[in-house]
Write a protein of this length. Structure first.
Lengths: 190, 190
DNA sequence: TTACGTCTACCAACTAGTAGGTAGTTAAAT
DNA sequence: ATTTAACTACCTACTAGTTGGTAGACGTAA
């Protein structure tokens, strides 16, 4: 349960970035939220760019171990995809993580510090490759019927997921995520 | 060619918002860009919230007349959809409007001034309804094969479009938009 | 005259970031 | 065993620059 100060800083920063993007939070916000002085945050993360780089690094690390674990622990491609979709469905439904932090940052990628931008780009590349391997395996085992390459399906699916998150947020209807992604998954399993 | 100062202000604000969102621009930015003092911008738009409200109002007005015109001038639902998709494909390819401003703002909707937030929400609702009418007409004329309700397809398609924009931006590959949306359109026309 | 658009000059609040100090911990050297 | 040194985490106090926003003057065109 014991959480280090720098972890707390990253947690707050993450929730603020998910709500308002890179320019949507300040050192003062974090300071207020965890009851520490602004200067102390600079002790842990000298600059804002370094703070967000560390945060995106932590995030992508969690994603990689999470999705890597799915591949290891779940043999069936269809169930792997369900695990991925189910994770987001749960996060959005209970509002614990109502938006992908990297998707948020990607929308402002043009004005992000270069280090952050390339980490965000890396996340998109990793996720696309992960989906590609799942679709490829599924097609080979005849559990997915693809009408295009696994790579193309991966890009299409990733876009649907991010778009569904956005619609759910814009229209303030969390259930819209499942309504959009469900049919998408069903069509693949045909 | 003569453009009013307030139109110039809105133009600059729009390009800045598309790049970095609501917090991604300031009165000083606009001031520098069009060679006018900050205080003069406040004369046209007293507060930032009013400026962005006016901007989103202008944007949604353009969208409504544009999409309304498509329905009037193009009888075939398939061609109507092509017109919509083609518009974005061109905007993204030539980088003239590489992202939907309302999609950008929707991602930060939680921290937007309430007036702006509801205008953004309205845009999502309008676009979903427009797509729904196109899909409904297409299904009735047997040019679209839908495996769910027109409303569901509208939400799915809208999400794909926004997600495709995001992927194209994140991976810095404008051609990804067409690569994601093309198959989506093709599948409908089956 | 009146109204408009623009200006200079200002404001308080906030931004990221720095300088320098204090207290407590750890690890070696005496 | 005790002193020394380095390190960590935090603090107060500050800086220079930016933020959105205001007050009031100026010239110009109707």
């Amino acid at each position: 349960m014991e959480q280090s100060t720098s972890e707390k800083i990253l947690d707050i920063a993450q929730s603020r970035i998910i709500a308002g993007g890179y320019n949507g939070f300040s050192y003062a916000d974090i300071s207020d939220a965890i009851g520490i002085r602004k200067a102390s945050i600079h002790h842990h993360f000298p600059t804002k760019a370094e703070l967000v780089s560390a945060l995106v690094g932590r995030y992508t690390g969690q994603v990689k171990s999470g999705l890597g674990g799915v591949l290891e622990q779940i043999p069936q491609p269809a169930a792997q995809l369900d695990a991925y979709v189910g994770h987001w469905q749960k996060c959005i439904a209970d509002a614990s993580l109502p938006f992908c932090m990297c998707a948020m940052l990607a929308s402002e990628i043009q004005m992000l510090p270069p280090d952050v931008a390339s980490l965000v780009r890396g996340h998109f590349e990793y996720l696309a490759r992960w989906l590609e391997t799942v679709f490829d395996a599924g097609a080979r085992h005849n559990v997915f019927r693809l009408n295009a390459s696994p790579e193309a399906h991966a890009q299409i699916f990733m876009a649907s997921v991010h778009g569904a998150m956005l619609s759910a947020r814009a229209l303030d209807k969390p259930e819209l995520f499942a309504a959009v992604i469900g049919p998408q998954v069903a069509a693949l399993k045909a």
